[in-house]
Design a protein around this ligand. Structure first.
Ligand SMILES: Nc1ncnc2c1ncn2[C@@H]1O[C@H](COP(=O)(O)OP(=O)(O)OP(=O)(O)O)[C@@H](O)[C@H]1O
Ligand SMILES: [Mg+2]
Length: 327
């Protein structure tokens, strides 16, 4: 079952330049992707790739020019009302709140607009304020204009959660947040998906995305250029692992020779430290294979592994390999 299905989605913007001239910007040139129910899916791409456009179409705020999209099983054009009942949106963390009302009052007001009774609205507002940590920070009763960016982001997420949506659409929810706030948002996203909510999140921080997203779709200039789990992306690209080993014992030179035979090594540097060898290498072999080979050799030979680490390529390495070199 999918929480979000996007099929050949297209969108053009007509931009007026001066009095008569019009220019057409093809923001989406037919993108497709699917998000499994209850998973966190990241939509990545450079500035202007079409991420916000996609999120706005899925949120029923913008009509597509072609293709189709379903959210929580409903068509975003033909069944927009059904979609709206089932989504929570964060588009711009600093928009959509009354400056002079407190966070709590803003949420109660929004809950009333969405059809909750006053007591329900108050109860839900309190719940979600606790969920995002604003209650604990003593901020929920302060006027919104006194909120820091981090507090605003938390409140925007609280608002998205108010109606207990099935699907969350989060456009750069951690933009400008400090380390602790960003971490809290990441944890919240993962917790929500564990509860069964489907989350589509956009962003630029690859470290962050790698920690939370099970699937990634990378778009560039309105086209999907890669997709898969962070791990699959790295494997598809054949990215190299960085391996360091410090090895002692009388067979240490032989150990290094056999290592060269057993693994797909791209580059290797060996530094003789007197009683040990310091080996650092770039390896194409899979992580498990590297570990297996090292331990097998260590068992057979008279060597002592003093230190051993495998640094996997990051999602950022994959991202740069896919979109980095093109512009
Ligand atoms: N309202 C608009 N009118 C005209 N062109 C637009 C409009 N909104 C977006 N665009 C253009 O559509 C393309 C996609 O923009 P979009 O905002 O979806 O990108 P994005 O991936 O969200 O980028 P960013 O990382 O900068 O937020 C860009 O070329 C942008 O200039
Ligand atoms: Mg954007």
């Amino acid at each position: 079952m999918y929480g979000i299905e996007v099929e050949n989605l297209r969108k053009q913007y007509v931009v007026r330049e001066g009095f008569r001239k019009r220019r057409i910007v093809e923001a989406l040139k037919g993108i497709s992707f699917r998000v499994a129910k209850g998973s966190v899916h990241a939509l990545l791409g450079p500035n202007g790739a079409g991420k916000t456009t996609t999120v706005r179409i899925l949120a029923t705020l913008l009509l597509p020019d072609g293709g189709s999209a379903r959210v929580a099983g409903f068509d975003v054009v033909k069944e927009a009302n059904e979609v709206r009942k089932r989504i929570g949106i964060v588009l711009d963390v600093s928009k959509g709140f009354y400056m002079s009302l407190s966070g709590f009052e803003n949420l109660v007001f929004y809950g009333l607009l969405r059809g909750l009774s006053l007591s329900e609205a108050r109860r839900r507002a309190k719940e979600v304020l606790e969920l995002v940590g604003l209650e604990q920070m003593g901020a929920s009763k302060r006027p919104y204009y006194t909120y820091s960016l981090g507090m605003r982001a938390r409140l925007a997420i609280a608002k998205a959660l108010l109606m207990d949506p099935e699907v969350l659409l989060l456009d750069e929810p951690t933009l400008g947040l400090d380390v602790e706030s960003a971490r809290m948002v990441r944890k919240l996203i993962v917790d929500l998906s564990r509860e069964g909510k489907t989350v589509l999140v956009t962003g630029h921080n690859m470290y962050e995305i790698e920690q939370i997203a099970s699937e990634v779709t990378i778009i560039d200039r309105g086209t999907v250029v890669a997709s898969g789990s962070p791990r699959e992306l790295k494997e598809k690209l054949g990215l190299l692992h960085r391996v360091s080993i410090r090895v002692g014992g009388s067979d240490r030179a032989r150990f290094v020779d056999l290592l060269r035979e057993g693994l797909a090594i791209e580059r290797i540097d060996v530094v003789d430290e007197g009683d040990a060898l310091n080996v650092s290498m770039y390896v194409r072999s899979r992580r498990e294979e590297v570990a297996q080979t090292v331990f097998d050799l260590a068992r057979k030979l008279d060597v002592k592994i003093l230190d051993f680490s495998i640094v996997e390529p990051s999602l950022e390495d994959a991202y740069i390999a896919i979109v980095g070199g093109k512009r």
